[in-house]
Ligand binder design. Structure first.
Ligand SMILES: NC(=O)C1=CN([C@@H]2O[C@H](COP(=O)(O)OP(=O)(O)OC[C@H]3O[C@@H](n4cnc5c(N)ncnc54)[C@H](OP(=O)(O)O)[C@@H]3O)[C@@H](O)[C@H]2O)C=CC1
Ligand SMILES: Cc1cn([C@H]2C[C@H](O)[C@@H](COP(=O)(O)OP(=O)(O)O[C@H]3O[C@@H](C)C(=O)[C@@H](O)[C@H]3O)O2)c(=O)[nH]c1=O
Length: 287
C-alpha cells in the first residue's frame, strides 16, 4: 500500500484532508501534528521517512500569521522556507513526491488580470516572501513536486474569515470590511479533494499550479455573502484598506488563473459561492 505523510495535520488544511480522506476511505495517510512531525527537526524527519518510506508528502505546515510575521521574520523563514527545504531534500533521497502549498500573497497584486503561474512574483510582506522562498527552494532539490498556490482558505475547521465573520456578525451592530482587496476564496475541503485526487491518480505532471475556487470577490462582498447565506442581519460597511491599518500589506488584486490545473490535471472547480453555501450548511448543521 502506498503511504502519504501529512505534516501540519492539526491546521485548517490538515484537518480538511483528514475529513475528506475519511469520507473517501482513502488508505495510507499518516497525519502528523507538529509534535509528531516538526519540519524543522531534521533527525526526526529522517527517522519518519526511514520508517514510513512515503510515496507522497503533503506539507500543510506553515507560519500563516500574516501580520505577526512582520515582527517574527526568522521563525517565519525557518518554517516557510527551511522546513520546506528539509522536506524536499528527504523527498529527493527517497523518491517521494512532495506536495507543497503556497499562497496568492507571493504576488504584489498591482494589476487587474488573473495571475498565471509564470507571472512575476513580488511579495509585499514577510509571510508572502518566506512562502515564495519555500516555493523556490524545491526545484533545485527535486523534480517530483506539486506546488499548489491557493488563496483565502476557509472551512468549518480551525480559524478563518468565514467563521470570524459569522461570530462578529452575531455579536456586533456594524462591521466595516475592506472592499478594495479583490481575490478568490477557496473552500479548503475542495482543495483537500484536489490534493487527494493528485495522489490517487499517480500523476507525474509535476510543477507549479494555481488553485482557488472560481470567480472573484472583495472581502466586503465575501462578508456580505456570508451574512446573506447565514441569515445574519448586520450593517456592513465597505471601507478602503487605508481605513483598516494592518502591520502587513496585502495584495490589492490576487485573483489567480486556474487554466493550467484544469487542463493539465483535469480538475473541475466550483464557483466560490457554491462552495461557500456547502460550508455554511455544514457549519449550521453543527450548531
Ligand atoms: N489560511 C489561508 O487563508 C491560506 C493558507 N495558505 C497555505 O495553505 C497551507 C495550509 O494553511 P492552513 O491550514 O490555513 O494553516 P494553519 O495555520 O491552520 O496550519 C498550519 C499548521 O502548521 C503547523 N506548524 C507550524 N510550524 C510547524 C513545524 N515546524 N512543524 C510542523 N508543523 C508546524 C501549525 O501548528 P501550530 O498552530 O501549533 O503552530 C499549524 O497546525 C499553508 O502552506 C499556507 O501558507 C495559502 C493561501 C491561503
Ligand atoms: C476581521 C476583519 C477583517 N477585515 C479584512 C482584513 C484583511 O484584509 C481581510 C482578511 O482578513 P484575515 O485576517 O482573515 O486574512 P489574511 O490573514 O489577510 O488572509 C490571508 O491569509 C494568508 C495565510 C493567505 O495565504 C492569504 O491567501 C489570505 O487568506 O479582511 C476587515 O476588513 N474587517 C474585519 O472586521
Amino acid at each position: 500500500m502506498s503511504t502519504t505523510l501529512v505534516f501540519g495535520a492539526l491546521g485548517q488544511l490538515g484537518q480538511c484532508l483528514a475529513h475528506v480522506a475519511r469520507e473517501r476511505n482513502t488508505p495510507g495517510l499518516v497525519f502528523l501534528s507538529e509534535a509528531e512531525g516538526n519540519i524543522l527537526d531534521q533527525a526526526a524527519l529522517a527517522a519518519l521517512f526511514a520508517a514510513h518510506r512515503p510515496n507522497h508528502v503533503i506539507n500543510c505546515a506553515a507560519y500563516t500569521a500574516v501580520d505577526k510575521a512582520e515582527d517574527d521574520v526568522d521563525l517565519a523563514r525557518k518554517i516557510n522556507r527551511d522546513g520546506v527545504e528539509n522536506l524536499a531534500r528527504l523527498c529527493a533521497e527517497h523518491g517521494t513526491v512532495l506536495i507543497q502549498i503556497s499562497t496568492d500573497f507571493v504576488f504584489a497584486g498591482a494589476g487587474n488580470e488573473p495571475l498565471l503561474e509564470i507571472d512575476e512574483t513580488a511579495p509585499l510582506g514577510v509571510y508572502g516572501l518566506t512562502k515564495l522562498e519555500g516555493e523556490q527552494v524545491i526545484p533545485g532539490l527535486t523534480e517530483k513536486y506539486f506546488t499548489l498556490r491557493t488563496s483565502w482558505l476557509y472551512s468549518e475547521f480551525a480559524g478563518n474569515f468565514v467563521k470570524t465573520m459569522r461570530k462578529l456578525g452575531r455579536e456586533r451592530d456594524e462591521l466595516r470590511v475592506i472592499w478594495d482587496q479583490v481575490g478568490t476564496p477557496t473552500y479548503a475541503i475542495d482543495l483537500a479533494g484536489v490534493i487527494l485526487g493528485i495522489i490517487e491518480s499517480g500523476s507525474t505532471a509535476y510543477g507549479l499550479y494555481h488553485y482557488s475556487n472560481e470567480g472573484l470577490t472583495s472581502w466586503y462582498d465575501f462578508a456580505t455573502a456570508i451574512f446573506e447565506l447565514s441569515e445574519i442581519s448586520v450593517k456592513t460597511t465597505p471601507i478602503r484598506t487605508s481605513e483598516y491599518p494592518t502591520k502587513a500589506t496585502r495584495p490589492p488584486f490576487s485573483v489567480m488563473d486556474k487554466t493550467k490545473i484544469k487542463t493539465q490535471l483535469g480538475v473541475a472547480i466550483p464557483h466560490w459561492r457554491e462552495s461557500l453555501k456547502v460550508c455554511l450548511e455544514r457549519l449550521a448543521a453543527a450548531e
